[in-house]
Design a protein around this ligand. Sequence first.
Ligand code: MG
Length: 284
Amino acid sequence: MKPLSLLPPDAARALAGVIFDLDDTVLDHGALTEAAYAALFRLRETGLALIACTGRPAGWGEVLQRQWPIDATIVENGALALVREEESDAAGHRGGHAPRAGASRVVTLDDLDREARRARRAELIGLANDMVRRFPAAALADDNDLRVTDVTIDIGEHRHVPPEDVQKMRAELRERGVRTLLSSVHLHLTYDPSDKATGIVRLLSARFGEDPTRARHRYAFVGDSGNDGVAFAAFVLTFGVANVRAHLGKLSVPPQFVASLPMGRGFAEIAQQIAELRKNAPEP
Ligand SMILES: [Mg+2]
């Protein structure tokens, strides 16, 4: 991993956008700092598209997409994306009421309809309930009401589940055709094949008109840990905040550049370097 000072100016200037993880990348242990939030505005001022990409629930993404200065939010580890649509573009606007000027709504991009999602998720909830009955150290996580595609079992947020129990649960779920993803606090159960990299590329080609191969060069990715590994491998220009160093053992491809500071301050440092290089671009 190289220091940010070695970022080539041309690489920063060639970017169309920046995609970033939230927990422990933009957020410090879940909290949004002034420095990290301001960094989003500095990046945006240089003409970059901004996309958040997280394992957090769809319900979180909806709030972020309404309030933050970002163009899209990918949630549930790549399974869904949320974007804003101008009211005049949105389907279903009928009845002769003109939309309020500048009004927009947040829409969820999903290949499956809500009914199919609900049916799939009901099955996953049944399986998760069976698991927590049989492994009583575990419990359903408290963010499940906001989820659309996956179900989370708390293994390390408010509970402490022995690693051997986690392994047994994963093995049983795999036998029942369920894909599991492990974060430091949750075991995710899903039938969806997406990960952060496939979710990003699907969004970029569906909504940003990007060719999937070219998108790897036109967008940078910023992250910190294991579930960002696929994106560190997929994108050409990648950045880690300083705390990524603790996770290098789990990353087959480390980020190309690393900040000297952790979490939100590291994100601000990366944003500032990119913004400076873009602002100082020579006139074409
Ligand atoms: Mg993270």
